[in-house]
Design a protein around this ligand. Structure first.
Ligand code: TRP
Length: 329
């Protein structure tokens, strides 16, 4: 059994990209592995979110994780700030993290450009906190997207450095886990790039059937094929990619054939896609609505998750303190 750790920054509701790109795999993994899934609310603070909105976002992600099928009995689901041991590990790791390497991190340079008015120390030390999130449970695997690979590389570097400085074999060097060989990239509806949060580009797990139909109907296409067997343009290819995920193989093939012989009608293609998306999303949305109002259930889940996470975290902290020489008189 492998230990797996994954965090998500609570920035809003979950969309199909989150679901098919990661969450569905988490749901499978929890059956066989020892999984820690947490909501990285400390990390969110680097951009100074409105406190009320941060709370709402944390709650939404938790609700949607549970509604999609993450099981608090099978995996450890918790909120980062409910496990304050991670803040201590972050402090301890920071003693061996160099300012130069932090300043060279791509995400930091990116934020310097995007929010020059708020280049706070939390942004600089973001990779240390992330390393602490991961190493505190000493995992084998961390499922991450491309944009997080550098952070994971730094995590491994800090693990290696710690082991070598103190002459121990304590922290593992966790590997990136990409769910098979091909990274599933879920395209958006606006014709290019992956599904994200820009208006109308993403379909959310909480969307109603009507919202889904509307968004899909407005998805970008092109003026249609005019030659037999012509190359499919990017926006239309994106529609096919989404269909590959949610529709029957035979339906996709039939539309592919229609495209190749120029008889395709994008209206029909979109109708099929929206109905098939609804089939995947509607049951999750129903559960979101059920769970959302259940204060007690949500509180119980977070308390139970925090308890399990802290048990594992405390063991690591205890040993790290000893290794570094923080002993009681
Ligand atoms: N930095 C990650 C992101 O923005 C979120 C995250 C925080 C994370 N801590 C983590 C992911 C630990 C994996 C493991 O997506």
């Amino acid at each position: 059994m492998k230990t797996v750790v994954s965090g998500i920054r609570p920035t809003g509701n979950l969309h199909l990209g989150n679901y098919f790109g990661a969450l569905k795999n988490f749901i499978k993994m929890q059956e066989t592995e020892r999984c820690f899934f947490f909501i990285a609310d400390y990390h969110s603070l680097t951009t100074h979110p409105d406190p009320k909105l941060l709370g709402t976002n944390v709650r939404n992600v938790l609700t949607e994780y549970l509604a999609a099928g993450l099981d608090p009995e099978k995996s450890t689901i918790f909120i980062q700030s409910d496990q304050p041991e991670v803040a201590e590990l972050s402090l301890l790791l920071s003693m061996h993290a160099y300012i130069g390497e932090l300043e060279r991190t791509a995400s930091f340079k990116d934020k310097m450009r995007k929010q020059p008015e708020n280049v706070n120390a939390g942004l600089l030390t973001y990779p240390i906190l992330m390393a602490a999130d991961i190493l505190i449970h000493r995992p084998d695997l961390v499922p991450v997207g491309k944009d997080q690979e550098q952070h994971l590389e730094m995590t491994r570097k800090y693990a290696r450095r710690f082991n070598s400085i103190y002459g121990v074999d304590f922290f593992p060097e966790p590997a990136a886990y990409n769910f098979g060989t091909e990274l599933v990239k879920i395209p958006g509806l606006d014709g290019s790039g992956k599904m994200g949060k820009s208006e109308g580009n993403g379909i959310y797990l909480a969307d109603t059937d009507e919202q889904i139909r509307k968004k899909v109907m407005r998805a970008t296409t092109d003026s249609g094929p005019t030659e037999m067997n012509s190359v499919v343009s990017e926006p239309v290819e994106n529609i096919f990619t989404l269909m590959n995920i949610v529709s029957e193989k035979s339906a996709v093939e039939s539309f592919r054939t229609d495209y190749a012989n120029c008889s395709i009608r994008y209206g029909d293609l979109k109708k099929q896609l929206s109905e098939d998306i609804i089939k995947s999303v509607a049951p999750i949305r129903e559960r979101i609505l059920e769970i959302k109002g259940n204060e007690k259930y949500l509180r119980d889940v977070t308390e139970f998750g925090a308890q399990k996470a802290r048990e594992s975290a405390r063991e690591t902290i205890k040993q790290v303190r000893e290794i570094m020489g923080l002993r009681k008189i």
